[in-house]
Ligand binder design. Structure first.
Ligand code: SAH
Length: 362
């Protein structure tokens, strides 16, 4: 145990009041604006056994809340008491991200415990993301254990899809939307647009009920994968198109197209507080066009994964869009991220995904 003045980056330190009263133990970060990340409010010993217990707790919680899939978030950082560690499970493969100096230092021990507990066939480190810069950590991608699988087949409810753990976005898939994707399908009928479709998952679920689905994404690789996923599920009523959604929606409005269901799942527009104004304009433009494109009784499934844009602000934006479109929207469901991404009340940043199910009733 060390005090901050003599601690090295990423060390375990104790936090005390100015008078020397013990407050908590946590990771010290020498570079980030977040100098201390809480691990425990007691003086308990933080050793291999301590971390093993936290990992086991995380796993037992997932055993209760995760169903209908073999891909889920096993460890969600602070919400599982392991600050800045992400571990996602895809079938029998594990993908890790260490997002702070303390977790980075702990990686060999965490890896050893994960291999011991779960015997994965591979363990991949996907540290190729920008937020690590804030901690003075370089981007890195490597196979820590086992052999890199070219692609992994995942099931989610009634559908199956391929994941590329090495090149895919995030750790390979957007696991946080899983429950919303499965649940949304029951509301979608007729002609459905899956905008910002990535691997096509919202649309694939919907295609089991609705007769005509179109998925749109601007990334060519993604479109190729989404088409393969349609084949994998034997679905012929779903098409994918490579296009910028902003331009696509404008064209559709201009040419008088109509849809019975629209899914909007854009990337985070407000990555920082400074982006909120521009992000608001982006969400407004997308949602306004989507509402215009909806038939009466049509369903809008609209998401924002920007932590910096609150749920109430997002609802406010939707209210304004409805007004501008001369429509009346009914809120059917107000949802968040899947239960394997639990929210810590004392750490509001852990609640980032908002997903609203709305119906255009007039
Ligand atoms: N709905 C998906 C996740 C979407 S992630 C799921 O449930 O799995 C956001 C997607 O938007 C990414 O695939 C990215 O390639 C795409 N994207 C980003 N900007 C875009 C734009 N302007 N037009 C179309 N697609 C875009």
């Amino acid at each position: 145990m060390q005090k901050i003045e003599d601690a090295a980056p990423g060390n375990l330190v104790s936090l005390e009041t100015e008078k020397g009263k013990f407050l908590a133990q946590g990771f010290y970060s020498a570079q980030s604006k977040i100098a201390f990340r809480l691990i425990s409010r007691s003086r308990e010993t933080i050793d291999r056994n301590f971390w093993k217990e936290r990992i086991l707790k995380a796993f037992h919680y997932r055993q209760k809340v995760v169903n209908q899939t073999n891909a889920y978030r096993l460890i969600y950082g602070e919400a599982d008491g392991i600050p800045s560690l992400i571990a996602d499970r895809y079938a029998d493969h594990l993908v890790l991200q260490t997002l702070a100096q303390g977790t980075e230092k702990l990686l060999p021990l965490i890896t050893e415990i994960l291999l011991d507990l779960f015997h994965p066939s591979s363990l991949i480190l996907r540290n190729d993301l920008g937020v690590r810069e804030l901690e003075g950590l370089p981007p890195e991608k490597k196979i820590v254990f086992g052999e890199w699988p070219e692609r992994v087949q995942i099931f989610e409810g009634e559908i199956r899809y391929w994941v590329d753990l090495w090149q895919g976005q995030k750790t390979g898939a957007y696991l946080d939307q899983r429950e919303n994707r499965i649940w949304a399908a029951r509301f979608l009928q007729g002609k459905v647009l899956d905008a910002f479709c990535y691997q096509g998952l919202f649309g694939l679920h919907a295609a089991r009920n609705a007769p005509q689905i179109l998925g749109v994404d601007s990334s060519p690789e993604v479109i190729e994968q989404a088409r393969e996923n349609a084949l994998l599920n034997g679905l012929t009523n779903i098409e994918f198109r490579k296009e910028n959604v902003f331009d696509f929606l404008k064209k559709e409005v201009d040419s008088g197209q109509r849809y019975d269901g629209i899914i909007l799942d854009p990337p985070a527009f407000a990555k920082s507080k400074e982006d909120v104004a521009a992000a608001t304009r982006g969400y407004k433009e997308l949602n306004l066009r989507a509402i215009r494109l909806l038939n009466l009784d049509g369903i809008l499934i609209t998401s924002s994964c920007s932590y910096n844009l609150s749920e109430s602000k997002f609802l406010e934006i939707l209210k304004e869009c409805a007004k501008d479109a001369g429509a009346i929207l009914r809120l059917i469901e107000r949802r968040g991220q899947s239960a394997d991404h639990p929210v810590l009340l004392s750490f509001p940043e852990s609640y980032y995904l908002k997903c609203l199910f709305l119906q255009k009733i007039r």
